[in-house]
Design a protein around this ligand. Sequence first.
Ligand SMILES: Nc1ncnc2c1ncn2[C@@H]1O[C@H](COP(=O)(O)OP(=O)(O)OP(=O)(O)O)[C@@H](O)[C@H]1O
Length: 251
Amino acid sequence: MSAPSSTAPLLRVSGLSALIDGQQVVESVDFEVPATGVTAVLGRNGVGKTSTLRAIMGLITRSGTVEFEGERIDGLPTYRIVQRGVGYVPEDREVFSQLTVAENLRLATRGGAPHRDLVDELFPDLVQRSAQRAGSLSGGQQQMLSLARTLLNDNRILLVDEPTKGLAPMIVQDVAAALERAAATTPILLVEQNLPIVRRLADTVVVIEGGRVVHTGDAGDLLDDDERTQRLLGVHTTGDDDARTDTEVER
Ligand SMILES: Nc1ncnc2c1ncn2[C@@H]1O[C@H](COP(=O)(O)OP(=O)(O)OP(=O)(O)O)[C@@H](O)[C@H]1O
């Protein structure tokens, strides 16, 4: 196989479908993730955003094609996909609550933690709390730890699922700053319902409805079009700093 050209998408998803308990939750999804910047997956609650990421990672039964750097990864088990450099930060954070911050980071390390300095710089609070049990961290600190675990390693792409969900506004900004910094070197496929954060971070958007892609395009173009945003996402963006496409109230 010839090497992918510099303009080729890094990740190409074609006809991706997925089942949970026999129910079709992702239906023939097609989209591409370019080799730079942030691609945001948007959509109302329960439309299949998380399931799309989980299907790419091989965490749920899926069919269709997923190509990463020009090679198919849809037949690989999750650990092999991660070894290829696909970093995944799940929605529910999944920190080991009985282990300390330092132990969580050590367990996540592949190949000598090449980005330890970056992680320490991005998350000084975690350095301070290195001996603290992860289960006793706040939601925001656990999100930082979950991100830090993935950012420690060399990733070719990051899949990040709702990193700001349920977080206080100040922590949301800290998480966004960390993602912005990571995106400078590593492309990100981001599920995010906080539209101001999407506007800040994303270049491209993929909108999902009922398990299918219903819109792809420039992030600014969509978010500048209030009528279209309202139609696709059920929320207005104009002048609303807290616009979210879900119903959660931030704590
Ligand atoms: N473990 C599960 N068991 C049964 N149904 C599930 C499970 N996980 C997801 N689903 C269903 O699959 C569909 C898609 O869910 P998914 O979490 O992918 O959507 P989402 O767009 O990420 O939603 P949200 O924004 O609420 O996180 C929903 O109808 C949901 O109820």
